[in-house]
Write a protein that binds this ligand. Structure first.
Ligand SMILES: Cc1cc2nc3c(=O)[nH]c(=O)nc-3n(C[C@H](O)[C@H](O)[C@H](O)COP(=O)(O)OP(=O)(O)OC[C@H]3O[C@@H](n4cnc5c(N)ncnc54)[C@H](O)[C@@H]3O)c2cc1C
Length: 309
């Protein structure tokens, strides 16, 4: 892992930086590249614009590791309201939740109740995605995911290709007919837990993606979504899907708001399922710094905003 990436991932966890950096206009200016705004209305506006381009959306309300039960309750209630607003606007937008935001740290049972309430409120043809967080949460997240999937087929899980364990996790999930979003992985993990070299992560991603496509073809996977901006990987997987006779709309790619916009539109215009994850909320600092770590060249945007401001 590059030194810059490690430094940025450490900075993402730094409370002092979080409390101070978010007040600077050049930081806020850069953030606007990756999120349409802090409020749900901003996210809904972006979803409507993207829908005009045949691009679907998934919303995520930013925040991690909340402190008490009442905060978990507030987040769950917020998501219930989001589902109502999506329905009112006639949008097909889905949501993606972090279990730590729903209370995983202090009560997995309470967290499960919140997740169930959200799943019950969602439209049946709309998936509620569960994010995957740092590696110490993987067992608990998969455990709750399996419990939820037993009663609610409309729940999806994120798996991270950089973890050594993911091949096994995928094999164990497939008999349950899951929906899976495959990503490379965004946290700072040691080499015993995660592949460190980009080349290894990319090859792992392709191998797992191939397995997901095979499972989808055999009806053992409901949604096989590729959460990546890696255009070369997307093309390799799209070629494989086409060779296997997949309809275009069954090839699904999810990207983050503001990243690889041309590719998002190209996929949509070809008839593939192109989805953009729209993040909003005032707790954006760690999320934003992880976006910088994924591509340290993004620091140039920060610098440009220093001089612009
Ligand atoms: C829809 C979605 C959901 C996600 N959910 C999770 C999750 O639940 N848990 C988790 O650990 N991670 C999640 N991630 C983040 C993911 O793990 C990666 O950190 C992130 O997607 C960067 O990896 P990449 O696959 O785009 O490939 P990379 O090899 O990092 O990037 C490929 C190319 O994409 C472009 N690019 C990538 N990132 C950026 C960026 N930040 N800014 C500008 N250009 C960029 C660059 O051109 C780069 O060369 C999610 C990502 C997406 C798209």
């Amino acid at each position: 892992m590059s030194l810059m990436r490690s430094l940025l991932l450490a900075a993402a966890q730094n409370r002092w930086l979080r409390d101070h950096a978010t007040h600077y206009s050049f930081v806020r200016g850069t953030v606007s590249r990756f999120m349409p705004g802090e409020t749900l209305d901003d996210a809904l506006g972006a979803a409507q614009t993207l829908r005009g381009k045949n691009i679907g959306t998934v919303f995520t309300y930013l925040g991690e590791n909340i402190k008490d039960h009442s905060e978990a309750q507030q987040v769950a209630e917020h998501y219930l309201e989001v589902l109502e607003r999506i329905r009112e606007k006639g949008l097909q937008t889905e949501i993606s939740v972090k279990l730590t935001q729903l209370g995983l740290d202090f009560s997995p049972d309470l967290c499960f109740e919140h997740l169930k309430a959200i799943l019950k409120r969602a439209q049946k043809d709309s998936v509620i995605w569960v994010d995957m967080e740092a590696s110490n949460y993987v067992d608990a997240t998969l455990d709750l995911y399996r419990r939820a999937l037993t009663a609610h087929p409309n729940v999806g899980i994120c798996l991270q290709a950089y973890l050594h364990r993911t091949k096994d996790d995928l094999s164990k999930l497939l008999p349950l007919r899951p929906s899976i979003r495959l990503v490379k992985g965004a946290y700072n993990e040691p080499p015993e837990i995660a592949f460190a070299r980009k080349r290894d992560v990319d090859e792992k991603y392709f191998a797992l993606g191939k397995e997901m496509l095979r499972a989808k073809k055999e009806n053992r996977c409901v949604r096989a979504a590729f959460g990546t901006h890696d255009v070369a990987l997307v093309r390799r997987l799209a070629d494989l899907a086409s060779a296997e006779g997949f309809a275009k709309k069954d090839f699904e790619v999810q990207m983050l708001y503001g990243i690889q916009r041309v590719e998002q539109e190209r996929l949509a215009s070809e008839g593939c399922t192109s989805i953009v994850l729209v993040a909003y909320g005032s707790y954006w600092y760690p999320w934003f710094v992880r976006r910088l770590a994924e591509r340290p060249a993004n620091l140039w945007f920060v610098l440009r905003n220093v001089f612009a401001g």
